[in-house]
Ligand binder design. Structure first.
Ligand code: EPZ
Length: 417
């Protein structure tokens, strides 16, 4: 298993280019199952989870062709298998995104239950309830979801809680269902909007994406399309935190500042100087970092995917930052690892109280989930001495090689096989 060795204390500077969004690419790739036409994607991030999704699509019979650096073409001319097997789904729970497309395309789907992960139980009960509302017969047996629907019917459904992939699964199912479906209490994430852009390009009528009510008039058949994946707002925000921690001046390029309003507001209130342009943001380490409280929330609130990274920054802020996680029940796995580096954090229920500034010292730490690993990299940049992060495959799931991007800014980060 690879490790990252970081020698902290360097002052970084330069430009980092943001890749396409993992959480936009995954549903968009799954949507290619909705048509026998060819779908060509650009700005696809080269990540472990994207490679896994491409393998899932090939498993279902799609032809996958990698184009230039960040483009890929998928054509699901026919569906060879309507079953998403356990060994694929267990490596990436986002494989459940094939459920809606398979059900709409073939009238049946057999998808392994994803199982929990480090940040929580992460059920898909709402996905299933909503599909049942569209006329699917859904049964759970031997750890698999068995769903059948001779023909899905349009529905008017209210999500009992905001679910990103739940919204996306139902949008895809409705896009290939004749008639108009209305979904209420939908997720409003930019990645949901990006999926709507693709579904419209494939021929479905989609309105209200980005708001809590989405109306979709589906078709019997959808066509191929070309689609450019939006930039990854979580990667961009992660590098903004790196900038606030360790950079004389950092330009975060090829991003979409409009997707980052809550993150930019939080950083500004913490005293971080930021200048946002059309497609880039310039950030620098402030003289004085101030403690600011934050609670995660569905978009446009502060993203749960940035909670761990903000915690690393908060260890250097003057005062007590109270960080409350409202989306997942156990997304504080990074706390014990940050403590090993010298962070002063006290957890009360869903709130972590971070007291700073704390002098961090390098140590052996272990990554537990994707964003927790990013938090440890950020802390390693400012820890005195060497930090070695184990189980770096978590990081590789969602970030293009950080040692390359950080190294280009002057950081001492090396990957140890
Ligand atoms: C998506 O996960 C993202 N993944 C996650 O990013 C992100 O953290 C999460 O949304 C929240 O923003 C992808 O887009 C591939 P949810 P998702 O359904 O859709 C509960 C990362 O780091 N829930 O919005 O699985 C659930 O347990 C990953 O890139 C149900 O109870 O999250 C959670 O508490 C991590 N029943 C809450 O809703 C359901 O049927 C929000 O989950 C579905 C969800």
């Amino acid at each position: 298993m690879d490790k990252l060795r970081i020698r902290g204390g360097r002052e970084l500077a330069g430009t980092v280019r943001i890749a396409g969004a993992k959480n936009a690419a995954l549903p968009a790739l799954a949507a290619a199952l909705l048509t026998e036409g060819e779908v060509t994607f650009a700005n696809v991030p080269m990540l472990r989870d994207v490679r896994t999704m491409l393998r899932v699509l090939e498993h279902h019979g799609a032809r996958v062709e990698n184009g230039s650096r960040d483009s890929v073409t998928v054509q699901a001319g026919s569906i060879a298998s309507h079953e998403a097997p356990y060994d694929l789904v267990k490596t990436m729970r986002a494989s459940v995104l094939v459920l809606g497309p398979l059900l709409a395309r073939c009238g049946r789907a057999r998808v392994s239950m994803p199982g929990g992960c480090a940040i929580g139980e992460r059920p898909i009960d709402i996905h299933l309830d909503a599909l049942a509302n569209m006329g699917a017969e859904v049964r759970l047996e031997h750890g698999y979801v068995e769903a059948r629907a001779k023909r899905l019917k349009p529905a008017d459904y209210t999500f009992p809680l905001v679910t990103v992939t739940g919204t996306e699964n139902l949008m895809m199912a409705a896009a290939l269902t004749e008639g108009t479906s209305v979904f209420r209490n939908c997720a409003r994430e930019p990645e949901v909007v990006d999926l709507a852009v693709l579904l419209r390009a494939m021929g479905a009528e989609v309105d209200g994406d980005g708001t809590e009510v989405i109306r979709i008039t589906g078709r019997r058949e959808l066509g191929g399309a070309e689609h450019t994946v939006i930039p990854d707002r979580v990667e961009a925000a992660t590098y903004l935190m790196a900038g606030a921690l360790a950079c004389r001046r950092l330009e975060v390029a090829d991003c979409r500042p409009q997707d980052l309003k809550a993150v930019l507001a939080l950083l500004e209130s913490a005293g971080v100087p930021l200048t946002a342009g059309e497609t880039s943001i310039v950030v620098a380490r402030p003289e004085k970092l101030v403690a600011v409280d934050v609670a995660t929330a569905p978009h446009p609130g502060f993203p749960t995917d940035m909670q761990a990274q903000y915690m690393a920054l908060a260890t250097q802020a003057r005062g007590v930052s109270r960080i409350t996680e409202t989306i997942f029940e156990s997304r504080f796995m990074h706390v014990s690892e940050l403590r090993r580096l010298g962070a002063r954090i006290n957890v009360e229920g869903q709130t972590a109280e971070v007291t700073g500034p704390a002098a961090l010292a390098g140590a052996q730490v272990m990554a537990t989930d994707l964003r927790a690993s990013a938090s440890l990299v950020l802390a390693g940049l400012v820890a005195d001495g060497v930090t070695v992060i184990d189980r770096v495959y978590h990081l590789d799931r969602g970030y293009e090689p950080m040692e390359v991007k950080l190294g280009a800014l002057g950081a001492s980060v090396e990957r140890v096989k």
